[in-house]
Ligand binder design. Structure first.
Ligand code: FES
Ligand SMILES: [Fe+2]
Length: 391
């Protein structure tokens, strides 16, 4: 039987008692943040290497010694399942002379990793455990050498990493925050399976892609949604989960939620404000993880910065597992596959806009954005990024 998410005890997010647009108001913002290489370097230093980032699915490294790689904003990291079930992560940089010492992107059952250049040997936590012709080196130079550790935790069936390193950042759960843990947690992503993962090479900033998921305004023109959807979407609730940005353990940014009533279930919603059943539920975990949830399936949009104006844009499709010999499940599977094909077309429309943004990204005429009050999550996101890089 396929699980269907339902609200349970989590707060009502839609309805007459809920304020659906925060007191943020219309605003404007400069567009330098999308193209300034100096700002990108600051983001690398102060945000991207201090944030919890989605790195792979738990199911991609099920057994001890299984590993998977992450690459983004110039960093290369390997996550390895440990014998005790935890995940260790480390920078994939040989401490001898610098190449990646785990050449393959993923694999299973590793007990050691040997650098292909001169044969330095590392354990599955990234610690140097041996090297040829050791007598020629200074023992002092070799003391406690390891590929720098990266913090790794699991939630929602994903392995997340934080390059600040273990003990140097807030926990993943604190980063995501109680409200999203409870609300998004209802979907039980840890029980879901990866149906498909697609990757686009996009010629704009990762933040321009996050922007597209922080508003629904563009769906009218770009995605040609139905008039019923447009009417229904006017009742969307936008939520900015404001909190103190700084803690002793490091930054802890504000995240965002958004609930879009589905036009086909308006009547049910009016009787029972169960947003998990009757709305599209949307969560943005700063800085680049976006969850788009429907009762039967979830997409995770993950624009990984490569450079100031280049992004590896991943979309993960998750569905509930089952036996395809069971006719009920097979019907569900076919329904999900059909929906996924349609959704890829929609994302393709977004990619089309990024191509148009590529044409203007250096234009002298492109100076500012004029934002509506319903684009407040987008405005708040950039305001928060500016605060983080200036602190
Ligand atoms: S560079 Fe890795 S062993 Fe020399
Ligand atoms: Fe879109």
């Amino acid at each position: 039987m396929v699980y269907a998410a339902s609200r349970g005890d989590v707060p009502v997010r839609l309805g007459p008692s809920v304020k659906n647009v925060p007191d943020y108001g219309p605003s404007t913002m400069s567009v330098e943040c999308y193209r300034d290489p100096v700002q990108f370097e600051l983001e690398r230093e102060k945000v991207l290497t201090k944030s919890w980032l989605v790195a792979c699915r738990t199911e991609q490294i099920p057994n001890p010694g299984d590993w998977h790689s992450y690459e983004g904003h110039g960093e290369t990291v390997v996550m390895v399942r440990q014998p005790d079930g935890s995940v260790a992560a480390f920078h994939n940089v040989c401490m001898h002379r610098g190449p990646s010492f785990v050449p393959e992107w993923s694999g299973c059952g590793a007990r050691r990793f040997t650098c292909p250049y001169h044969g330095w040997v590392y354990d599955t936590t990234g610690k140097l455990v041996g090297l040829p012709e050791r007598q020629d080196f200074s023992e002092e130079h070799l003391r406690d050498v390891r590929a720098p550790a990266v913090a790794a935790e699991e939630w929602g069936g994903f392995v997340w990493i934080n390059m600040a390193g273990p003990g140097n950042c807030v926990s993943l759960r604190e980063w995501i925050g109680e409200e999203i843990l409870a609300d998004l947690g209802q979907f039980k992503m840890e029980d879901m399976v990866l149906h498909d993962l697609i990757e686009w090479d996009v010629p704009v900033s990762y933040k321009a892609i996050v922007d597209g998921f922080n508003e629904i305004y563009h769906t009218i023109e770009l995605h040609h949604v139905s008039p019923e959807f447009v009417r229904s979407a006017r009742d969307t609730s936008f939520i900015i989960l404001d909190r103190d940005l700084h803690t002793e353990q490091g930054p802890r940014p504000t995240n965002y939620m958004c609930f879009v009533p589905r036009p086909d279930t308006r009547d049910q919603l009016a009787e029972d404000w169960d947003h998990h059943k009757y709305a599209i539920c949307h969560y943005v975990v700063f800085p680049n993880t976006v969850f788009n949830c429907n009762p039967e399936h979830i997409q995770v949009f993950n624009p990984i910065p490569i450079d100031v104006d280049r992004t590896k844009f991943l979309t993960w499709q998750l569905i509930y597992p089952g036996d395809r010999n069971d006719p009920e499940y097979e019907k569900y599977f076919q329904r999900m596959s059909k929906h996924w094909e349609g959704l890829k077309v929609v994302v393709g429309e977004d990619i089309g806009i990024y191509q148009q943004l590529k044409r203007t990204k250096r234009s002298s005429a492109y100076q500012q954005h004029i934002l509506s009050e319903r684009e407040c999550k987008l405005a708040h996101y950039h305001e928060q990024m500016a605060k983080l890089i200036s602190s």
